[in-house]
Design a binder for this molecule. Sequence first.
Ligand SMILES: [Zn+2]
Length: 431
Amino acid sequence: MPPAPEQILSDLVRIDSTNPPGNEYAVAEYLKKLFENTGANIKIVEPEKGRSSFIARLGSGSKKLLYLSHSDVVPAGDGWDFEPFSGEIKDGVVHGRGSLDCKDLLAAQVSSALQLIEENSSLQGELIIAAVADEEAGGRLGAGYLTDKHSDLIEADYAVNEGADHPIILDGRMLYFLQVGEKGTAWCKLKAHGKSGHGSIPTLADNAVVKISRAVSRLNNYRSEVILIPEVKKLLKNLANLSGVKIDSIEPDQVDELLEQLPFDRSFLESLRSMTRMTLSPNIISGGTKTNIVPDYCEAEIDIRILPGQDCEYVESELRLIISKDIEIEFTEYRAPTFSSSNEKFYKLMEETTLEMAGAKALCLPIISAGSTDSKYIRSAGIPAYGVGHMAEGFDPELRTTVHGRNERTDIDSLHFKTEFFKKLARKYLS
Ligand SMILES: [Zn+2]
């Protein structure tokens, strides 16, 4: 018998894989032992010392399903009510850093595979379990390295990863989310040049700080074009109807008005809003050296997040509409948005599996994330990837706030729910 999922999660939490430095090798070694003598094909890939990703493959056949998670965690920080790496199991809860992001997912995926082996399930295809390093620092040494250098190890028809919000309860129904896309980043620097001079006679000079502040103020007044990806339209329509807001179809110019009427907390509403448009946030301004010198240079750094379908060209053309010509635009970091359609059969299978478990009253809806996960690498490698954040009925919605925060923990019921979900899904797809 394989260990219970909560035991695996507890063991994983006790392995401190805080990134930096990561030390994911210890997780990989632990997983290797779990899969010993199971007949699974094991590979550990280590691009840099200690930064290991673990891959187990079971079954054989042409169909391939990838279960992806990451084995590193963010630093715990101070102020916890319990020891962050205790992994203590108490009162139906597993305690510690990583228990929701995302060693729980890892434990559930691994448990589902071990249980399938134990039950002698004959899979008509391959199930690939990948617990990869470095996600919390961008994933270059984990999913990035694998897709780049060892794509054969994780090549699959579909992937399931982290990335969806936890379910919400609306009108007595559990709403589960399936993440189908992630926004991209198009960070840029606005650069203004002017003419230096003495601060006592500023009219002789040309002030670069003033130019940038004008540009930033225009950015602040800019209203991004609302774009409704069909999946987001479906999400909004369902949320509206379940909230008692009668609406037949949603057009872009109705979105903000609709959001006003939805009965959700601010953080959920704003995350919905972010799924409908590019966002711009001017976060750093640097310029000037002395109070009595008119500055001849100033720059502003803008965090811009774009929707699937948008790119640098789009950003630049929008910026050019609002910012004067003499200000230079330089892109400092670009990561394309990624998207996997909800029209795929596999998406329907995930939906079907979720509803089978959660009951007919539950509902599954697609979402787009403002942030990103390793799915960006997987999707860019041509594998449709979907994010889940499944929890069992009765879970504490407050748990969400412990991710990357203090007192991270998860309930065992949700862990079992996830394990069962992955088991059923693998059986369905690989049959
Ligand atoms: Zn994560």
